[in-house]
Ligand binder design. Structure first.
Ligand code: CU
Length: 120
């Protein structure tokens, strides 16, 4: 089989692999996250370490949502309630590591408003 065809088949197959999907990587210091009922997109995001980062969070849902970043039980980044259709931004610097993005309101996190953030 020609090599180009193999690559094409892999690209087509990847989005279907697993429900969580492949991590989304960005080399940009400014990245965006979308909140909805009840999810965070992207679900698995990798951002560069050693930089001051800016996240812009847009609420595409019909309920208000907050945006927080924590490592284990410690909250490190916090945005207050974002109304439906609105966006808010936060700038921060975090050491390399694994973090959780989530909404702190009600049981939204339990319902699915959380995602993985990897700095590194
Ligand atoms: Cu919420």
């Amino acid at each position: 089989m020609p090599r180009g065809l193999v690559t094409l088949l892999l690209l087509v197959a990847l989005p279907g692999c697993g429900s969580a999907g492949a991590p989304v990587r960005t080399s940009d210091r400014h990245f965006t996250v979308t909140l909805d009922e009840y999810t965070v997109r992207p679900q698995d995001l990798r951002v560069p370490k050693g930089q001051r980062l800016t996240v812009t969070v847009t609420n595409r849902g019909r309920l208000g949502h907050t945006f927080r970043i924590r490592r284990r039980t410690r909250e490190l980044v916090a945005l207050t309630t974002i109304r439906p259709g609105q966006s808010k931004s936060a700038s921060f610097r975090l050491p390399a590591g694994a973090y959780t993005m989530f909404c702190v309101l009600g049981n939204h996190e339990e319902l699915g408003v959380y995602g993985k953030l990897t700095v590194g």
